[in-house]
Design a protein around this ligand. Sequence first.
Ligand SMILES: *[C@@H]1O[C@H](CO)[C@@H](O)[C@H](O)[C@H]1NC(C)=O
Ligand SMILES: *[C@@H]1O[C@H](CO)[C@@H](O)[C@H](O)[C@H]1NC(C)=O
Ligand SMILES: *[C@@H]1O[C@H](CO)[C@@H](O)[C@H](O)[C@H]1NC(C)=O
Length: 485
Amino acid sequence: MSKEKADIGLIGLAVMGQNLILNMNDHHFVVACFNRTVSKVDRFLENEAKGTHILGAHSIEELVEMLKKPRRVMLLVQAGKAVDEFIETLIPLLEKGDIIIDGGNSLYRDSMRRADYLQSKNLLFIGTGVSGGEEGARNGPSLMPGGHEEAWPHIKDIFQSISAKADNEPCCDWVCMCPSGSGHFVKMVHNGIEYGDMQLICEIYQIMKDILGMSETEIADTFTTWNKGTLESYLIEITANVLRFKEKDVFILDTIRDAAGQKGTGKWTGIASLEYGVPVTLIGESVFARCLSSLIDERARASKVLKAPNVKKFDGDRKQFIEYLGQALYASKIISYAQGFMLMREAAKQYNWKLNYGSIALMWRGGCIIRSVFLGNIKAAYDNNASLENLLLDNFFQDAINKCQEGWRKVVATAVVYGIPTPCLSTALSFFDGYRSKRLPANLIQALRDYFGAHTYELLDSPGTFHHTNWTGHGGEVSASTYNN
Ligand SMILES: *[C@@H]1O[C@H](CO)[C@@H](O)[C@H](O)[C@H]1NC(C)=O
Ligand SMILES: *[C@@H]1O[C@H](CO)[C@@H](O)[C@H](O)[C@H]1NC(C)=O
Ligand SMILES: *[C@@H]1O[C@H](CO)[C@@H](O)[C@H](O)[C@H]1NC(C)=O
């Protein structure tokens, strides 16, 4: 066996792993591969990898021996225990300066822990988001690597060569000059946004079906038209394809059970937003919408006793209303991305990450599931002003939201009247109305907290000074904040 020939080793030959390997091979990198079920390696070499320069290893030791130094080993195995097990196996076989790359959907906190651990072993760690599904992995994924910065120069060429390109730039850049976790954090937010985008599309679809009575074909045609404008994106494109898909003359979409599955990254985004106190309401609602959908039997029982509102058939201007739907979708999407970037900003503050928001938008611009023209506008917003406080404050997005506002409100109001659930369209609008309010009713919350719990409040003209009022005439002198909270 010839030694030290491979540019990178890859462990895990499920479909994502295989496709990434073939992609790397297309770009003239030599890849050595390994799978715990060794027969998978032989089968891969005899089939998909036949006639390529791909090398197969039958043990981890053999894999490591095949690698040029510093050794680069990428894991594409199930997130969780398997990643830790492979790391443990690799540690004694690697040398100072070698690099372990985790390309699975790992939780960012695990990546932070692994980075610290590997640093203590003199090894380098990169946690990278990989998005784009099987197709992306094969032809150009969006890659979001973060971790030990010294490792980046050693993987940059491979990663940027195999990634998708948008406007001639690779959809892969170093996520941040920071210790770790950021790559998987950014990927987590990407997935959360994907949940939100999909739920928004579903809400629009239901309104079209149940309020406007549009057929699959009409709905598909509308999405196809939208895909030529500001809403142009992969998810809009494939929604039209899904709507049109027939098997034995039946639209199969109609026959699919309406209980959504989930693997956890949307939930993690929701948990992170609660943890850091950022109102990422749209992603949160999109996760809950999946939870509600999965109560499918209970909903069937409830549907028999809980009545829908009594409304007459829609007799408004359909063409106009479809335009409003496009505006509602676009405006809500802006809110969702603004919230996602708010979350990254807050996490960056907590962990001292120096995130480059423009390059994150570019990484998502192509290759991944949420790829869209719109991400080019987000990149432009951060290129214009790298310290932009919020996307909604950028001129382009201010104008866009203003133009959509009327249609957005009409859509949400109509859905409410017709009893069609729009958790994401509505929460986006509520967020917008809250965010643009100089004054919110939280003064009353503060008063109530002080009334029942002596939690104290601040006055508008003297923030930082805390007051307690003797609301009832039998209140004590001691405010809660004096002893706790
Ligand atoms: C081995 O390959 C199978 C699929 O062929 C995959 O499901 C599994 O995750 C791989 N496992 C490892 C650890 O290599
Ligand atoms: C950039 O954004 C920050 C924060 O939103 C703002 O204070 C600043 O004025 C903006 N700069 C420019 C040049 O618009
Ligand atoms: C609260 O008000 C009542 C009635 O005016 C008064 O008797 C009591 O002393 C007050 N308590 C304090 C702590 O000032």
